[in-house]
Design a protein around this ligand. Structure first.
Ligand SMILES: Cc1cc2nc3c(=O)[nH]c(=O)nc-3n(C[C@H](O)[C@H](O)[C@H](O)COP(=O)(O)OP(=O)(O)OC[C@H]3O[C@@H](n4cnc5c(N)ncnc54)[C@H](O)[C@@H]3O)c2cc1C
Length: 474
């Protein structure tokens, strides 16, 4: 096992995409196998120091950044153990890079539907945050495709949790191995959601671990479901002269013929953020919608027929591999540029990640417009997964006064989203940055119930200190 104790050797592990600056650790373990992981866990247990699991480091809420104690990086658990084209299953070590996995599948004409957007993430990081991907409009998030996980607990026990094996009974208890836990009394909303421990009546134990942000144990192995490769996709970006994006998307959703893989929204500010990379973005456009769809007979004509009914400045089409890649970059570049900008202005990421049920979306969308009208002096942009009623609202405060104002308007937006049946985190998780938001969503009782479960499964309080709930609760 590689063990590092010098601060300068650990620096790259003290950051992720959140720009959280508080990272600190005394030791970094880089094990090669489960035996070494169990040794590292035992050492932390003996020394009574917390252990933070580190994967690809692409998280946006500081989940892999330790506040103290040890880091365990799964980077050397990077083997694709098997890909079975008949059963449509793959078994992976948790440190497999998404990019490598997708490449292997492409060569076998198979596809992993969560299709995570950030390809430098690891599969274990995706499972731990219940990540969503480029096609989550059609396929949903990681949760729907995880069939089995192997987890090492702080006691050193190794659990193999297969979907369909352990369920909550009618009293809300799940019994597994020598344990019995009671699931929380709150309900995880039936929308895109990555906020706290999953909880539904009759739920499967595996769903408690998916999205648990490294607080219950260390996932060493994951088995996922695959589908046959999709037919060739194409991309369109429609630039609207007026604010008609929402109406356009509602029409797409009502259509029986259109079945996009993704529907993404870009406001005027987002287009401004992309202008340096894509100078031909029409200057006057108010909004853009990015559409990805599979090639099929007459489908392009269907899309063009709909687009022609709207006042648009331009429509870009990416069909051949070069233009397709260019438009894909158009989508990917924005979150990257935003994260860079937060670094440049020296601010932690200040972004909302609310999703709401379909029928509440127009209301929250209009509420966002009111909030920005009332706070015009603070730079902000709104973009994201409009197909899933889930937008990222990013604010770039210039000083402490503006930061405070952003904090206040976030609370207003979150309360509005929650009262509409929404979630405070649709995909990035809670990490160390959204504790307050999670409490708004589930109340103190909900947090207490999560802490109780954490203590039962991780009696040494070893894993993921300060993730999901504040460290003072452990
Ligand atoms: C440009 C960009 C675009 C993004 N787009 C999206 C998007 O579209 N959708 C989306 O959902 N996310 C997105 N993200 C966020 C990020 O990619 C996801 O949250 C991802 O799942 C994190 O994986 P990671 O391997 O980088 O994990 P890390 O950041 O290293 O860790 C994330 C959390 O998981 C825990 N963890 C990791 N591995 C394990 C393990 N084996 N066992 C137990 N706990 C573990 C860590 O302790 C931490 O709490 C984006 C990020 C960037 C930078």
């Amino acid at each position: 096992m590689i063990i590092k104790r010098k601060v300068e050797e650990m620096l790259s592990y003290l950051e992720d995409s959140s720009n959280l600056q508080e990272g600190k650790a005394e030791v970094l373990y880089i094990p090669e196998d489960e035996k070494e992981i169990i040794e590292a866990i035992a050492e932390c247990r003996d020394k009574k120091i917390p252990l933070t699991v580190s994967a690809g480091g692409t998280g946006t809420v500081g989940g892999r950044i330790p506040l103290e104690g040890a880091i365990l990086s799964v980077e050397r658990l990077d083997k694709i153990i098997s890909i079975d084209p008949q059963r449509k299953r793959a078994i992976l070590q948790s440190g497999v890079l998404i990019e490598d996995f997708l490449k292997e599948l492409g060569e076998r004409n198979l596809f992993y539907p969560p299709f995570p957007t950030e390809r430098t993430a690891f599969i274990g990081g995706n499972v731990s945050t219940n990540a969503s991907g480029e096609y989550s409009y059609r396929f949903g998030s990681t949760r729907g495709y995880v069939k089995k996980i192997k987890v090492i607990l702080s006691t050193g026990e190794v659990l193999e949790i297969e979907r369909g094996k352990y369920f909550a009974d009618k009293n809300g208890n799940i019994e597994f191995e020598n344990k019995k836990i009671k699931i929380p009394s709150y309900l995880t909303p039936p929308i895109k959601c990555s906020a706290g421990y999953f909880s539904r009546p009759g739920m499967d134990l595996i769903d408690l671990f998916i999205g648990s942000e490294g607080t219950l144990g260390l996932i060493t192995r994951v088995e996922v479901e695959l589908i046959p490769a999709l037919s060739l996709p194409f991309i369109m970006v429609v630039f609207f002269k007026e604010n008609k994006g929402l109406k356009f998307v509602s029409e797409v959703k009502r259509s029986r013929k259109l079945n996009p893989l993704s529907l993404e929204y870009f406001d005027r500010g987002s287009l401004g953020f992309l202008k340096k990379d894509f100078p031909n973005i029409p200057d006057r456009s108010k909004e853009a919608i990015y559409i990805e769809e599979e090639e099929s007979k007459n489908i392009l004509e269907e899309w063009i027929g709909l687009i022609e009914q709207y006042p648009v400045d331009d429509t870009w089409l990416g069909e051949d591999s070069k233009s397709y890649q260019k438009l894909l970059d158009f989508r990917h570049k924005l979150p990257e540029n935003i994260n860079e900008y937060f670094k440049k202005i020296g601010s932690r990421k200040m972004a909302l990640d609310i999703a709401v049920p379909e029928n509440s979306f127009p209301e929250i969308f209009n509420f966002y417009q009111t909030l920005r009208l009332n706070n015009q002096e603070i730079e902000n942009i709104l973009f994201g997964h409009i197909g899933e009623n889930h937008l990222h609202f990013n604010f770039f405060p210039k000083d402490e006064k503006e930061k405070e104002a952003v904090g206040n308007l976030f609370i207003q937006a979150l309360k509005k989203g929650i009262s509409s049946g929404g979630t405070v985190s649709a995909e990035h998780g809670i990490g160390k940055m959204k504790h307050k938001y999670l409490e708004l969503m589930y109340g103190k009782k909900g947090i207490d119930e999560m802490v109780r479960i954490k203590k039962e499964i991780d009696p040494y309080g070893l894993f993921g200190l300060d993730n999901i709930f504040p460290k003072s609760r452990i």
